[in-house]
Design a protein around this ligand. Structure first.
Ligand SMILES: Cc1cc2nc3c(=O)[nH]c(=O)nc-3n(C[C@H](O)[C@H](O)[C@H](O)COP(=O)(O)OP(=O)(O)OC[C@H]3O[C@@H](n4cnc5c(N)ncnc54)[C@H](O)[C@@H]3O)c2cc1C
Length: 394
């Protein structure tokens, strides 16, 4: 493993830093961003993605023929590091960029690629992912949403849940059951669905943070052209798994760990507890040191994953290690913040009288999502035991 960057990679970092210095949105302040209402935040993210797109700085890992830069895996890492360093806003179409575009490039027909891929990059079309159902989450291959053939169309009936961005999305990658008699993994198909189709109802669900970023989505006799099938009919499981591999390999929390830990260490130096700063308390120091070790291990595991990708291998089950470790370490990190803040930890975001403006309470409320979304920690452990360590099943 070579930890040094090449001159070209350093040049890319410099180009990006210079661009970020002049182009971060003027109205954007990372300290107060989370206090804006959901729609205001979305508009900033939309404007940001369009600006990045104009500079060819969105989807940089995509091949040039699809509007990317064909960036190497190392350049992507530099990109993520630099965005995290300036705490840049997220983009409006994260699922489109991280999972839908790459899946379509792999499995889509030429027509599907031409039709959808450019609009994913430019955020003209926002995408959501319709996998989970009320009775099918971890075991999503058991899903029940039905698609029945009718001439040139599939007719969809059923319900999805926890569908992030569905309230904003123009399109959805939808996994449906086309053969109810086949074994559960073999009767699925993968469709591209226009969210404005008659018969679709989106009902937002409010999360513990107060935001409503995910939704219930109901399908009642929704007609989807057969031309929108990705991969073969009844073979949707293979396509769906490709999407999941891209999802786990891209799990953003990995890049947030170091900046979050630096912020926590700064808080420890500033916070007065029993007549001295929290940083002077030996148990706090030990916990911070432990978190530092874990954060570095997560980073190194990320490099190991990169090495695999640099060799040209597709994202593999190792992505589950990074996802599990980062989301669980993040929980420990916010718990330490809560412990240090004591009663101040209960202050809501934007509350001026506390030492951190409610930043950590908000982060604590949001922290559980990472151990659930994209596959729960238990499921990640199963994958690691089974497919990485090849442990015998009990
Ligand atoms: C913020 C957020 C955003 C999301 N966005 C989307 C989205 O855009 N699209 C989408 O389709 N879904 C989305 N999800 C849903 C997510 O994929 C599911 O919540 C997740 O897969 C778990 O499924 P479940 O909630 O049905 O829990 P269940 O599968 O019912 O699990 C319940 C509990 O049982 C445990 N468990 C289940 N199976 C096993 C097993 N085999 N071994 C050990 N333990 C097990 C789980 O770990 C969990 O603790 C989102 C979820 C969150 C939190």
């Amino acid at each position: 493993m070579d930890f040094d960057y090449t001159p070209q990679e350093e040049a890319f970092r410099k180009e990006l830093r210079t661009w970020l210095e002049t182009n971060l949105p003027k109205e954007y302040d990372p300290e107060t961003f989370e206090q804006l209402d959901q729609e205001e935040r979305f508009q900033i993210q939309l404007g940001w993605q369009k600006k990045l797109h104009a500079a060819r700085l969105v989807g940089i890992h995509w091949p040039k023929e699809y509007g990317g830069r064909g960036a190497t895996v190392i350049e992507q890492t530099i990109y993520q590091q630099e965005m995290a360093r300036v705490r840049a806003p997220g983009i409006a179409n994260p699922l489109g960029i991280s999972i839908v575009g790459p899946t379509l490039m792999h499995w889509g027909t030429e027509e599907q690629k031409k039709r959808h891929v450019p609009k994913i990059l430019s955020a003209e079309e926002i995408w959501c992912q319709g996998y989970s159902e009320p009775g099918s989450g971890s075991d999503f291959a058991s899903l029940q949403t039905r698609a029945v053939e009718d001439g040139d169309h599939f007719v969809i009936n059923g319900q999805k849940v926890w569908t992030s961005y569905a309230h904003k999305a123009h399109r959805c990658i939808l996994v449906v059951r086309t053969d109810p008699h086949a074994p559960k993994h073999k009767g699925l198909s993968y469709l591209l669905v226009d969210m404005k189709s008659p018969g679709i109802t989106v009902r937002p669900l409010v999360q513990i943070t107060g935001d409503a970023e995910f939704n219930e989505v109901f399908f009642e006799d929704v007609r989807v052209p057969k031309a929108n099938l990705v991969g073969e009919k009844h073979q949707g499981w293979q396509v769906a798994v490709t999407t999941l591999m891209f999802e786990r390999a891209n799990f953003g929390i990995v890049y947030q760990m170091e900046p979050a830990l630096r912020r926590l260490a700064a808080l420890a130096k500033q916070l007065e507890v029993n007549g001295h700063t929290a940083a002077e308390d030996s148990s706090v120091r030990q916990k911070l040191a432990q978190l530092y070790i874990e954060t570095q291990a997560i980073k190194l595991n990320g490099f190991r994953q990169l090495t695999r990708q640099l060799r040209g291998d597709p994202p593999g089950p190792e992505g589950s290690i990074g996802k599990l470790a980062a989301s669980e370490t993040n929980l420990r990190l916010v718990h330490l913040a809560m412990e240090m803040l004591g009663p101040y930890s209960q202050m809501a975001l934007g509350e001026k009288s506390g030492p951190d403006g409610g930043y950590w309470s908000r982060r604590a409320l949001a922290s559980r999502l990472y151990t659930i979304a994209g596959g729960t920690s238990e499921v990640m452990r199963n994958i690691i035991g089974d497919r990485v360590l090849a442990l015998p099943k009990g």
